[in-house]
Design a protein around this ligand. Sequence first.
Ligand code: NAD
Length: 339
Amino acid sequence: MIPGNGSATSNGRRRREVLSGGALIAAGAIAASASGAASAQVPAQPRSAGPIAAGRDTSLAGKSAFVSGAARGIGRAIAVELAANGADVMIFDIAGYVSPASNAKPATPEDLAETKRQIEAHGRRCVAVKGDIRDIAQLRAAANQMQDAFGKIDIVVADAAIQRWKDLLEMEDSDWKDVIDVNLNGTANQIRAFAPHMVARKSGAIIVLSSMQGKHGTSGAASYSASKHGIIGLMKSAAMELGKHGITCNAILPGLVDTALTRYPERWSHVIGETMDNPPKNPSEAETWNNRAPRVPLRVAWLKAEDISPMAVFLASDGGRMASGACFEVTAGDSALDV
Ligand SMILES: NC(=O)c1ccc[n+]([C@@H]2O[C@H](COP(=O)([O-])OP(=O)(O)OC[C@H]3O[C@@H](n4cnc5c(N)ncnc54)[C@H](O)[C@@H]3O)[C@@H](O)[C@H]2O)c1
């Protein structure tokens, strides 16, 4: 049971719980269906984001969230931002070597511990789990552990991923298979492991991380691009299947964000190569910024992880209750160029 705090938001949440249990169907509709007649009644209070109320799109008080890939980067920003807005959080990360098909340096157990420290600094509870999203048994165990620790699972953010820069014809098998296995299969594993707990409560918000590279091709990163396209198909299918249980499923599509996934000269060279033949192989950070920023509507070459996390709060909040099956782009304006 979600603890009440007497606010409009928590009252609204309680009402939706009752509704989602089906208890407030119009009396006439119950009578009609009991007599076998076709029900032609509109539910008295259909599922909704609730009445206008300050904070309904930001407050996560009383909610609990799972975030994968939370040792650093966007996953950490989302986990900490959810906590800053009231949620208790389970953070899950491999915090170590993933695959030869990952261009980024591995995250560490210290990174994961730092995320836990930042969450607890907001006065929220945090459970940190070191695990691999490729292993659904580990995710099912984490879901049970979270259920025991927090009593329920309101929010799942499937963020963990790897990226490989390798042309298709130069790929090793692992450059294709491992990226699909981590990014696409791992995201599906998280939905399959956690959603049953949400179905049981007829409520929940699932957020997956795709990318603008999930909307178009990427020369030099086909496995990543394919995985991020696949995540959008997965998200839309999950939204269709789980909506009847009161569960939303949406994707966040960040633009280029400054994290360990992108902060190295080879990646910067690809950024410059978007508009230039034969880009420098080892450009500096300043060279990359100055090349790209003028092309971005908001004039930043890349976003910060904490520019992305507010979107997760909205999608996880009561205010985001009726958004589902959709892609939410946070790109500093790159979206305007992407048709
Ligand atoms: N940085 C960007 O420019 C950008 C742009 C668009 C989308 N994204 C997406 O945002 C998400 C986060 O990216 P980021 O930039 O913060 O990356 P990051 O490399 O900084 O963080 C990814 C985290 O995922 C973890 N991880 C990787 N494989 C794992 C596995 N098998 N099991 C458990 N944990 C695993 C890593 O240890 C790491 O902590 C990813 O889905 C990424 O594709 C990033």
